[in-house]
Write a new protein. Structure first.
Length: 136
């Protein structure tokens, strides 16, 4: 069987570019690096003095794409708009979600936000559309 060359990065970029005007999403890189006083050695290596960990991203398990979907409220708040938290975890056709990712998605959904695993632009469009129309 031929292995797929599809990459999550490509799916993420396609989804970001395809979102409608009422959706804003941003890449959420999660990881850890080191910060401190850097010094370069004669061999080109970098030594960090007074190192401290630098954590990036929202939290372990947070989705690849984070943002909001603007929704207009009716009828008691006619004309007001609210931003509904949106979290998209991008995966290839064969990619599997980790436990921490599933927990993050479930917490967003329980709190009234929009969240899910998307393997294509179509999946992301359906995720937003179905939330707006009350489809599970």
């Amino acid at each position: 069987m031929k292995k797929s060359r599809e990459k999550e990065k490509d799916i993420e970029n396609e989804i970001r570019l395809a979102m409608p005007d009422n959706v804003r999403i941003f890449r959420n890189n999660v990881g850890m690096g080191w910060a401190g006083d850097a010094a370069r050695t004669k061999t080109g290596d970098i030594i960090i003095r007074n190192p401290r960990p630098l954590h990036a991203g929202l939290c372990v398990g947070s989705s690849d794409e984070i943002g909001w979907c603007t929704i207009e409220i009716t009828p008691d708040m006619v004309g007001k708009k609210i931003a509904v938290f949106l979290a998209i975890e991008c995966k290839t056709k064969t990619g599997k979600k980790r436990k921490e990712q599933a927990n993050f998605i479930n917490n967003v959904i329980k709190s009234g936000g929009i969240a899910g695993i998307c393997r294509s632009v179509e999946d992301a469009e359906k995720l937003v559309k179905n939330w707006k129309h009350g489809v599970e």
